[in-house]
Design a protein around this ligand. Structure first.
Ligand code: ZN
Length: 297
């Protein structure tokens, strides 16, 4: 559930409290978190490490230690992290791990569905591990419409599926793909390789705008996503399509539709995001607004 804006929000909050701190004592109470490695051994490995940097790639939160090792945290569906003074966190049946820091505070990890993961990587393993799983970072300058086009070329999969693939662009999930496609006025079922240059530019802009909007609202809290101080984000109040079936489109008033693409529930505006844009253009050119539409091209 947490996507790039949510994980980045967590990173920004955790960085100032973790950087420079030493992991004094670590307790991992869930074998699934560190699978296939023994949680007790992983906890021992982490003890004594001092945090150099809290980083992020895609949906991975990366705690980089001065030793060069890294702890990769993936929140998956329902993972969240809390930071608080020692002893001040309420008892929580879903708490899976807790790190005692050397300044007397704790970072606790909670996860209701238990799909989240903690992996400790050696210095030489980090780049390769992430490089094999993730494409470029959509908010970095190196992410361009041209680069996006290269990633989508030769892909017959629907746009929605291609964008959910973390190797296309890192950090997008079900929410922000739907939001980006609405902004780009592209149908989620369009074969990914069929976009022209203008459409690629729209998609590039749409991805960035959707993510930046999410970041500005500290992410979206639908169920379990929380900031490290326990508060929630507010992006869920500003979705354009996600979860808004039968509500009017903000752009044209058509009711938002819901469908399934690549096994994922998908929301879109049937008017703004037509399945066949050529047909939509032909039918709109028959309307009286033709001259205005042409002059705006
Ligand atoms: Zn619309």
């Amino acid at each position: 559930m947490p996507e790039l804006p949510e994980v980045e929000t967590v990173r920004r909050r955790l960085a100032p409290v973790l950087e420079g701190r030493r992991f004094e004592q670590v307790e991992i109470a869930d074998v699934r978190l560190t699978r296939p490695f023994d949680p007790v051994e992983v906890a021992r490995e982490l003890e004594g490490e001092r945090v150099a940097l809290v980083d992020r790639r895609g949906k991975y939160l990366i705690v980089r230690f001065e030793s060069g090792r890294a702890l990769l945290v993936h929140l998956r569906m329902t993972g969240s992290l809390r930071h608080a003074a020692r002893g001040s966190l309420p008892a929580d049946p879903h708490q899976r791990a807790v790190v005692n820091l050397d300044d007397g505070s704790d970072v606790a990890y909670r996860d209701v569905r238990r799909f989240g993961t903690w992996h400790v990587l050696e210095p030489h393993e980090v780049d390769d591990y992430l490089g094999r799983r993730l494409g470029g970072e959509p908010l970095e300058r190196t992410f361009t419409a041209k680069r996006l086009g290269e990633r989508l070329a030769d892909r017959r999969a629907p746009l929605k599926a291609a964008l959910l693939d973390q190797r296309t662009v890192a950090g997008l999930g079900n929410i922000y793909v739907d939001e980006a496609l609405w902004r780009a006025r592209l149908n989620p079922l369009r074969p990914a390789a069929t976009l022209d240059r203008n459409e690629l530019r729209r998609l590039h802009r749409g991805i960035r705008a959707a993510l930046e909007h999410g970041l500005a609202r500290q992410g979206s809290t639908l169920r379990d996503y929380r900031l490290p101080d326990g508060s929630g984000g507010s992006m869920q109040d500003e979705f354009r399509v996600y979860g808004r079936r039968d509500e009017p489109c903000d752009r044209c008033g058509t009711l938002i539709a819901r469908t399934q693409v690549a096994g994922r529930t998908t929301w879109f505006c049937p008017t703004c995001q037509p399945e066949d844009p050529a047909q939509a253009a032909r039918s709109s050119s028959r309307r009286p607004s033709r001259s205005r539409r042409q002059s705006s091209v």
